[in-house]
Design a protein around this ligand. Structure first.
Ligand SMILES: [Zn+2]
Length: 235
């Protein structure tokens, strides 16, 4: 059952829906997040909020544009709000005590995501940090992307046994750097082929790690991370 809990913050979509964007709330409690997402002064909203006990609240109609993504980029498109349906998943986040997502909550997210995907032609299931890696860390490295993928939602993070040696360090230059920057761009990140593993590359790689290779979160590329980049870019 979905609890209707309307937010006044929404507008007209300018693009067809092709993305499901997942967030954590990053606030101390679920009720605090719900209240903020329904406060016109906050200017933010989302289509759904999923509580830790699995209760689902609908705040905005799926046909309307909710304000959950902010400035971002994925495969050349910057108006993420117009192309996406946003789900806020209650978790205090990195600021207030990041913790594992309870089973009941994840089961509710899976059921909700499957229902949304049956109604729309969604080809992308991403985290907020994927489209805004310089500003956002949600839903974060504890989010069970593999479990969602098992249920037909999004890309399964590649299983890689060995991290291996470090291939790209901070400020590294050369052919490998160019290739890794190209792989990040092909996946969807706003990655330029500068030939130097600069701050922007580190930020993009950290977002990739959070979603697809949470063994390390430092923006550097080891052999396992390289393998993960190649596998995700090939999908
Ligand atoms: Zn978010």
């Amino acid at each position: 059952m979905i609890i209707q809990y309307p937010s006044p913050t929404h507008g007209v979509r300018r693009l067809p829906v092709d993305m499901l964007l997942l967030h954590y709330t990053g606030m101390q409690t679920g009720p605090a997040a719900l209240s903020r997402l329904c406060d016109p002064a906050s200017k933010v909203s989302a289509h759904y909020l999923v509580e830790e006990d699995g209760r689902i609240f609908q705040l905005v109609d799926e046909h309307r544009r909710a304000h959950h993504a902010g400035a971002g980029y994925w495969r050349g498109e910057q108006d993420t709000n117009s192309r996406s349906i946003g789900i806020e998943i209650v978790n205090p986040g990195h600021e207030w005590g990041y913790r594992r997502f309870p089973g009941a909550q994840i089961r509710a997210v899976i059921t909700l995501a499957q229902a949304i995907m049956s109604r729309h032609d969604i080809s992308l299931v991403l985290g907020h940090s994927d489209i805004a890696p310089d500003r956002k860390t949600d839903p974060g490295e504890l989010f069970p992307w593999d479990l969602l993928a098992e249920n037909g939602i999004g890309i399964r993070p590649p299983v890689i046994a060995v991290a291996g040696r470090l291939l790209i360090c901070e400020n590294a230059t050369g052919e490998a750097v160019m290739t890794a920057q190209d792989l990040l761009a092909r996946i969807g990140y706003d990655s330029q082929q500068t030939g130097c593993w600069d701050r922007n590359s580190m930020i993009n790689m950290t977002a990739f790690q959070r979603h697809f290779y949470p063994r390390r979160l430092d923006g550097l590329v080891d052999e396992g991370g390289w393998c993960a980049l190649e596998k995700v870019a090939a999908i």
